[in-house]
Design a protein around this ligand. Sequence first.
Ligand SMILES: Cc1ncc(COP(=O)(O)O)c(C=O)c1O
Length: 370
Amino acid sequence: MHTGFFTIPRYILAERIAEVFPEKMNRVLFTIGGSMANEAALKIAMINRPDAHNFIALFGAYHGTSFLMTGATHMATYAYEKWLGPAQIAHHSYNFMRVPPPYYYRPYTEVSNPANADEVDNNALKALETQIKYGSTGPVCAMLMEPLQGSGGQLIFSKKYLQGVRDICTKYNIILIWDCIQTAFGRMGTWSASEYYGVTPDIMTVSKCIAAGFPLSAVIISDDIEGMKMNGMDLHTYGNNQLSQIVALKQMEVFKRDGIFENVKKVGRYLGDELVKIQKRYPVMGDIRAIGFHIGIEFVKDPATKEPDFEGCAKMRVVGFKNGIIFGDGGVCGGKNVLKIKPPLITTQKEADMILEKYLTCLAEVYGKN
Ligand SMILES: Cc1ncc(COP(=O)(O)O)c(C=O)c1O
């Protein structure tokens, strides 16, 4: 039953998502995965801004590797200045401009005091507006960004920055798309980052956590803009996967029934706090960025110089496998020096202790016993 069929699970799931998402987010398009959801979101943006052909993404962005997404995905994330992988075909997907996000630990733009998050935010917002006003070859159609940049360094943004981007997009009539593929549902202890921050974009794309690992993604569209027409503009054989939709429905029920988001908030806070304690013994953990079960640790050779420790982070991953724990990795300063801890949403405090114990074992193996 491809996207062209009016099947029942699709309607029930769309209704349930609209119930838990912010007020105006009431229309849902289902598709196959993260890349396809982002592509559909950009198509919707183009329906709404037919005269505009330029897009904006952030430095270090990861939005997938489908043909168009190789343009949205910032190559440094993927190829780390070596211009490998999608970089080899990205020149076909033109029209993406990139702007610096606020990276409080190592700001992209000069600041008088890096500890001053306000100044970092202001600079990032200024860079965005300057790009729109003076750096674009035409009107900007859409801005595609993650509200918490996962693979690109596990960067947490302030509400001030996210609201500022929202305001700039409104001012210049730019469709704001939040790629919530990693953040929704539940990884931040909320249905979406929009609920967490109280800021609402025009479109949200969701995937990874929505159907418990079954293939499904959704594009959630504000009532304020035009949605996709049923005219074949976005039609996929497996885009209307009913089994996945039924799994998603059941999982939504379980999330509520078992208080899963409360668990993510509580155990996530515990993990974050414990990591901060460990950081005192291991200053190579330069920065810890954690919301719920969306956790990143930036490794540095020396906290004073903040020189990234790519080798140490890579070793942590390898010894992690040996010790029975899978860490992710990412980063934005020329390599992967951010270790990611993303446990299942049902992880208990006891299991969090197991994670911490294994993490400490890995630290001792890579950096010595402290
Ligand atoms: C933020 C983000 N967007 C998009 C994607 C692409 O999703 P997919 O691999 O399902 O195409 C990913 C995948 O890791 C992601 O993390």
